[in-house]
Design a protein around this ligand. Structure first.
Ligand code: CTP
Ligand code: CA
Length: 224
């Protein structure tokens, strides 16, 4: 591993990976979150590190151990993840957003535990900032990769995210019906402006290696 870490094609390149879900506090004991184990993101961070990149892994609340040679920054909320991402992106050339970021957070966090009373309870929610779009605005030269988890029209939605967030690549996977969450394998289709690459159905660690190699190839083609 030491050899892989020192001699790879991404030596001298700093990459940032966001991973896992975020927790948006409702009150001191409850959160809103997304289903995400963080496994794919941790595997991507490890695979990029093995190609020689210097890694900052910004992790939401997950129970995974830190891959070797990776600098891990733990965060809770979407806003924490945004701040950590902006700080890390300032030194980076590659940014990969695998995190399942909450799209909404409670408009207010109750200072004390909410006690149950009526039969129904409504929560007012506010939109969170889009991390990839915000990082892109501040750092137009970054090579940026997003993920898209969709239940339908996978490639169309991925292509839409590629354009809207001005990314170089979107790795799309189909979710729902027991696919992708908390399992060790996945199916990824990588969407770029001019092409689509089907990485097939494989263990997340294997897909992460294939994706890291594709990222390295494209990044190095643009930055020889
Ligand atoms: N993402 C982000 N910040 C957010 C929401 C999403 O950076 N607040 C990133 C994710 O990490 C992922 C990509 O955007 O890489 C796509 O996330 P996804 O939830 O599929 O897209 P959204 O733009 O949130 O659209 P929607 O949930 O409505 O499909
Ligand atoms: Ca979303």
């Amino acid at each position: 591993l030491a050899q892989a870490l020192s001699g790879g094609p991404l030596q001298g390149v700093h990459a940032v990976v966001t991973a896992g879900p975020t927790h948006e506090a409702v009150d001191p004991v409850r959160v809103l979150t997304n289903r995400s184990s963080g496994k794919m993101g941790f595997a991507v961070a490890e695979a990029l590190a093995r190609l020689g990149a210097q890694l900052s892994l910004i992790a939401g609340p997950v129970s995974l151990s830190t891959p070797p040679g990776v600098k891990r920054i733990d965060v809770q909320s979407a806003d924490d993840m945004l701040q950590a991402s902006l700080a890390a992106a300032a030194q980076a050339q590659i940014f990969v957003g695998t995190a399942a970021v909450a799209d909404y957070r409670p408009a207010q966090t109750a200072p004390g535990k909410i006690k149950k009373s009526s039969d129904t309870l409504s929560l007012a929610l506010s939109r969170t900032a889009d991390i990839l779009s915000t990082v892109r605005d501040r750092h137009p030269a970054l090579f940026m990769v997003g993920f898209a988890a969709e239940t339908e029209s996978l490639v169309d939605y991925a292509r839409d995210k590629l354009r809207r967030k001005q990314l170089q690549m979107v790795a799309a996977n189909e979710v729902g019906g027991g696919r992708a969450f908390d399992v060790d394998d996945n199916h990824l289709i990588v969407v770029e402006a001019q092409q689509e690459t089907d990485l097939g159905h494989a263990p997340k660690t294997e897909l992460a290696r294939a994706l890291a190699e594709l990222i390295a190839a494209r990044y190095l083609a643009l930055n020889p």
